[in-house]
Write a protein that binds this ligand. Structure first.
Ligand code: HEM
Length: 265
């Protein structure tokens, strides 16, 4: 039904006009492919926002011990990761020459500066303080990432969920300093093995987590290949060695215990 007088419309609810005014190619042409480059990056940022929103909810639910509500939330995050990985295909339709037509205009801008990506890494457990040092001192983004690094990460919430279900966890882990990097722990692995054997509901939860871990690793792999095919072995606009630096981030699990436990069965 057409109702143009309605207080809320599609455009007003979604702020479509504002959204569509946010793509500002820097090239004077503008170079045709810069629009795609901007839209793809903006889309990633929107999905990062959504993932952070979902993970905050997942942590709350896990800490309450609520299996039935947290499983679909983690399943949603896994599905968003699949979209994040497949979106790389779109940007890969841009050739090195097309990218080079506007690359200089990016100056020192780089995905390296994505605050939401650093926050996501922190929520997933990364505690690399040098990542905070790359952000403007005392800025709101820096504080956001720092605060994510200080509070319990997703795996800490999982530990608390499992403890509530009667799975024994070492005190060194339950009472750990959340601002420090979590290290793989054999006692935790023992407990996870028992969970897989005796607690199918919690085991489903663990499978969603490994999906998310694999999803992030897949994204990193697709990103480094996209970088390699687009700029070869040139340095990044963010000042790193480019594909060589990105390759050093590959195959690092988010939840190391969940991978280690697989060799026990
Ligand atoms: C043609 C496309 C792309 C190229 C050539 C490219 C290039 C690079 C390079 C060289 C780096 C290393 C840091 C630097 O020195 O700049 C980097 C990091 C990064 N890029 Fe991209 N990128 C592309 C697309 C994307 C897209 C679509 C995203 C989505 C958000 C993204 C997100 C990131 C993130 C989050 C990092 C930091 C990774 C880390 O430190 O582990 N990039 N990119």
């Amino acid at each position: 039904m057409k109702n143009f007088d309605s207080a809320v419309t599609y455009a007003s609810y979604l702020k479509v006009n504002e959204l569509l005014s946010l793509q500002s190619p820097r090239s004077s042409g503008p170079e045709h492919d810069e629009m795609l480059f901007i839209v793809v990056h903006q889309t990633y940022e929107l999905w990062f926002k959504c993932v952070l929103h979902e993970l905050a909810r997942a942590q709350q639910l896990l800490e309450l011990g609520d299996t039935h509500s947290s499983l679909p939330v983690l399943g949603r995050v896994r599905t968003i990761f699949k979209v994040l990985v497949s979106q790389v295909d779109i940007l890969e339709t841009m050739t090195p020459l097309q990218f080079n037509s506007f690359r200089d205009r990016l100056e020192a801008a780089s995905g390296f500066q994505s605050v939401q990506f650093r926050e996501l890494e922190a929520v997933l457990g990364r505690r690399d303080k040098s990542m905070v040092d790359h952000l403007e001192p005392n800025s709101e983004p820096q504080q956001r990432v720092q605060s994510a690094m200080n509070r319990p990460a997703l795996f800490d919430s999982v530990i608390s969920y499992l403890t509530k279900r009667g799975h024994k966890m070492p005190v060194a882990v339950t009472a750990r300093d959340f601002s420090e990097q979590y290290e793989a722990n054999e006692e935790v692995q023992e407990s996870l093995a028992n969970t897989y054997r005796n607690d199918p509901e919690a085991a489903m939860m663990l499978e969603r987590l490994i999906d998310i871990d694999e999803g992030l690793q897949e994204w990193r792999y697709r990103h480094v290949k996209m970088v390699e095919r687009t700029i070869g072995m040139k340095h990044g606009t963010g000042g790193s060695s480019g594909a060589a630096y990105l390759a050093s981030t590959l195959f690092k699990p988010t939840f190391p215990d969940l991978w280690a436990v697989r060799s026990r069965f």
